[in-house]
Design a binder for this molecule. Structure first.
Ligand code: ZN
Ligand code: ZN
Length: 341
């Protein structure tokens, strides 16, 4: 009991220290050279993991979610399929991806778009890095650029052109959420509508730094949808894109206010859950680990909601182990899906 109280106090103390530290970064940034700020940020990022054990998470409780006895019915049409398009990577570490991970365990975060072929119009789930990724990256906040290095690959548009895929077959781009790395490629498809939840559209309009790129695409690009459908796998509301259960979107807020998960059913009986950035790497999910404190603080709009979302998807995986969970930046999880060609 005493240990728990001490840990809580230490937790609060460290939050103050971290906030003061970040305020210091901003002061230094505005008063001194960018070199000084760069050194300060890197020093801070080296020091913070030392405190990680004291900021350890409580146990997750996936068993508290009540789920239906079987997977929802789906009638995916013949000819429906999935293909992945890798468009680049960012260099991260396991220590950045999940609590308790090692900073010396390098993890390349894949930036992947997924093509859903459907007789009633194709979809692109997220877009990865676009042709103008270098400009897009440099439009990001300075602190984000300091902690991020990336390698560009071939954009989704160029991969489509190379394979002579007719982009007019695309009915829409659906974003798991509106962060820069999911939106960059959307700029290459000026005539394709981008579907987002109403909550995410409000977030885009808010001008929050990590969604500024989406805002820059212009309001007219976005078509909001609502969750008019009933409960789906324990989620209170849903949106069935084709009305056949093959692509069903559910709200999964927290990483951003309007983040979603897409459940996809294929004619061969396989099922996928595209969970966006609920977690970045699949092993974090399977080991029941959230993002580390610093990453939650930097990347999540509402860490408590993310935690609930992780518990929910874990409970689905436990009850229906055949559902393939695909975090947006995990190359191994994407390897289950054929590469686009
Ligand atoms: Zn994100
Ligand atoms: Zn992301």
């Amino acid at each position: 009991m005493k240990t728990k109280t001490f840990t809580k106090k230490l937790h609060r103390y460290l939050i103050v220290v971290i906030n003061v530290g970040m305020a210091g970064v901003i002061v230094i940034k505005s008063c001194f050279s960018s070199m000084a700020a760069r050194l300060f940020v890197r020093l801070l990022l080296c020091v913070l993991p030392v405190f990680q054990p004291a900021l350890a998470q409580d146990e997750l409780s996936p068993s508290t979610w009540s789920l239906p006895g079987e997977l929802p019915r789906a009638f995916p049409p013949t000819g429906m399929s999935l293909a992945r398009l890798s468009t680049g990577i960012t260099h991260r570490s396991a220590g950045f991806a999940c609590a308790g991970g090692s900073r010396s365990d390098p993890r390349d975060f894949t930036m992947t778009a997924v093509l859903v072929r459907h007789p009633r119009g194709d979809l692109l789930i997220d877009t990865g890095f676009g042709r103008d990724i270098d400009d897009h990256f440099h439009s990001m906040p300075w602190w984000f650029q300091l902690i991020t290095t990336y390698e560009r690959g071939m954009s989704a548009l160029d991969q489509f052109a190379h394979a002579k895929y007719d982009i007019h077959r695309l009915r829409a781009i659906i974003l798991t959420h509106a962060h820069w790395d999911h939106v960059s490629g959307a700029a290459d498809f000026p005539n394709t509508p981008i579907w987002v939840s109403k909550e995410e559209l409000s977030y885009i309009r808010s001008g929050e730094a990590l969604a500024n790129l989406a805002k820059g695409l212009g309001d007219a690009r976005f078509t909001p949808y609502s969750f008019e459908g009933g409960p789906y796998l324990g989620y209170p509301r849903s949106h069935d894109v084709y009305g056949d259960g093959s692509v069903v979107i559910v709200p999964s807020p927290g990483h951003t206010p309007g983040s979603v998960t897409l459940f996809v059913a294929l004619p061969d009986g396989s099922r996928y859950a595209f969970i966006g950035d609920l977690v970045w790497q699949l092993d974090c999910l399977m080991q029941e680990r959230e993002r580390p404190f610093v990453a939650r603080w930097l990347a999540d709009s509402n860490p408590a909601q993310v935690r609930k979302g992780i518990e929910h998807i874990l409970s689905i995986k436990r009850k229906f182990p055949t559902v393939k969970i695909v975090p947006a930046h995990d190359a191994a999880a994407f390897s289950q899906i054929p590469q686009f060609n």
